[in-house]
Design a binder for this molecule. Structure first.
Ligand SMILES: [Zn+2]
Length: 485
């Protein structure tokens, strides 16, 4: 194992403040935090003068498939019209396309200071072992830490939402009614095999279970997901109370709230996390907290597709384990964890002038690091401390964000965009430096992405037209049903 001594930088140590210390990296861990000036025999020297070193940001929720969907989601989309209107972007993708998306996504995340993500990627009509393994292999090669969970469901949106199909008529009704997803037993069998024969070491890239949206999954299916998560001891994540429509439909479908439904089915545990949680009630937050479950707060996506402002203060105070995510680059539209962290801090201020209720800069930063790491199920990740993962982001201390430099962490949370990111280390390995990725050829990646996007756009032109027509009907259905509540 090679050892590296990083010296000369200001380092955000533990839960404290910045200090001029040296970091001894041994393999994939921070072996020691040493006083400034101390030397270590046999350690490679890394001069980090003019750098601020922070733990890498951890993305609690994203979808790599969104990387090839940029610009494909209409400006006026809400979640439900996005689901109905954007299916064409995800059909007919090869395993190479899935891997390409993971690479594109990983490059964007790393360039913007993120070192780990929870990826709910989609493969249609259902997941395959080879597709799932292609995504895992891609992250392994790029060097990003990740939880890879195929996003799975056994009901289309037209089957999932009571009354939606009845809102259609004519040939369009026949078209959406004929859509279906694979039987959940076969989907679970694929997931179990993919997880049991994981293709890469699990120190950096691990599997997860990803039921898309509870409304889109039958009860037996959700229970099977929970069993697999428990048996394999892997995290389970689903979209939870992302929109008001989901809670309205849960009452109609189950006669109860979403979290009560999941609690009754036995899904809640410390391995469970929900994405968004915009429309959670206090009793639902209590259920999540009692189960030690978590929520990934995804403010940029919530704003872009009009889902609302999540009650972060209430969730955190209730004891829900909070992380922060970007959501995918189709609904966000850039996977920038610095921006997501800033929104987590600033949006809370739009809700009250009582600063005691605000999400403070340190709290937001903690959510975006150790908080999200907890949702991913990684121990000793998200903080610079002895024995913790050597996942580090090096910021340019001379950049305008830090001139002058007074309250460095506040300046990072409120001003950083990723523009000052100069180097990124993951598991002790430098993956980004000198404004380029060190683990793949970005020029070749871009050429592949453009070719794949053109192919997908042309091949799915008919589906695109049908999806757009369906989205209009879904939009009216959502407006009528949400207005009635
Ligand atoms: Zn999502």
């Amino acid at each position: 194992m090679s050892r590296t001594l990083i010296h000369g930088a200001q380092v955000l140590v533990g839960t404290g403040d910045f200090a001029e210390v040296s970091l001894l990296i041994d393999g994939d861990r921070i072996a020691a935090i040493l006083p400034k000036g101390e030397t270590v025999e046999d350690a490679k020297d890394l001069d980090a003068r003019d750098r601020l070193i922070i733990p890498g940001l951890v993305n609690g929720h994203t979808h790599s498939h969104g990387a090839l969907a940029r610009g494909g989601v209409p400006d006026d989309a809400i979640l439900e019209t996005f689901l109905a209107g954007s299916a064409w972007l995800n059909i007919g993708r090869s395993h190479d396309d899935l891997a390409l998306c993971a690479q594109l996504s990983a490059v964007e995340l790393i360039r913007k200071g993120c070192t780990a993500c929870f990826d709910l990627f989609i493969e249609l009509p259902g997941p395959t072992v080879a597709g799932t393994h292609a995504v895992a292999q891609a992250y392994h090669e790029v060097g990003l830490r990740a939880v890879v969970a195929p996003m799975i469901a056994d009901q289309t949106i037209y089957q999932a939402l009571p009354g939606l199909l009845e809102a259609f008529d004519g040939p369009l009704k026949d078209a959406v009614a004929s859509l279906s997803l694979p039987d959940w037993n076969s989907t679970m069998a694929v997931c179990a095999e993919a997880l049991r024969h994981w293709p890469v070491p699990t120190d950096r890239v691990r599997p997860g279970v990803g039921p898309t949206i509870p409304l889109h999954c039958s009860e037996s299916f959700l229970q099977a997901c929970a069993r697999l998560s428990e048996e394999m001891d892997v995290p389970l994540q689903t979209h939870l109370a992302e929109t008001r429509m989901q809670q309205v439909m849960a009452q109609r479908k189950y006669g109860t709230s979403l979290v009560e439904h999941l609690s009754t089915l036995g899904l809640l545990s410390a391995r469970f996390s929900g994405a968004h949680g915009v429309w959670l009630s206090d009793p639902e937050m209590a259920l999540l907290a009692n189960a030690q479950a978590g929520i990934s707060h995804n403010p940029m996506s919530n704003l872009r597709i009009g889902s609302g402002i999540a009650p972060v203060r209430r969730m955190a105070d209730a004891g829900v384990a909070m992380g922060i995510g970007t959501d995918a680059s189709n609904t966000s539209d850039g996977q920038n964890m610095f921006e997501a962290t800033r929104f987590a801090a600033t949006l809370s201020r739009a809700q009250t002038i009582d600063s005691a209720e605000w999400v403070r800069a340190r709290e937001a930063f903690n959510m975006a690091t150790i908080g999200s790491a907890r949702l991913l199920g990684f121990d000793k990740l998200g903080q610079i401390a002895q024995g913790w993962a050597a996942d580090l982001v090096f910021l340019d201390a001379g950049y305008c964000h830090y001139t002058p430099q007074r309250n460095t962490l506040d300046q990072i949370v409120f001003a950083e965009t990723g523009a000052a990111v100069r180097e990124v280390m993951i598991a002790g390995q430098m993956v980004f430096a000198g404004d380029r990725m060190l683990t793949l050829d970005e020029t070749a990646l871009r050429a592949r992405a453009i070719a794949a996007a053109e192919r997908i756009t042309h091949a799915n032109a008919d589906a695109r037209v049908m999806n757009a027509a369906a989205a209009e009907v879904v939009k009216g259905f959502c407006l009528r049903n949400c207005a009635a509540h």
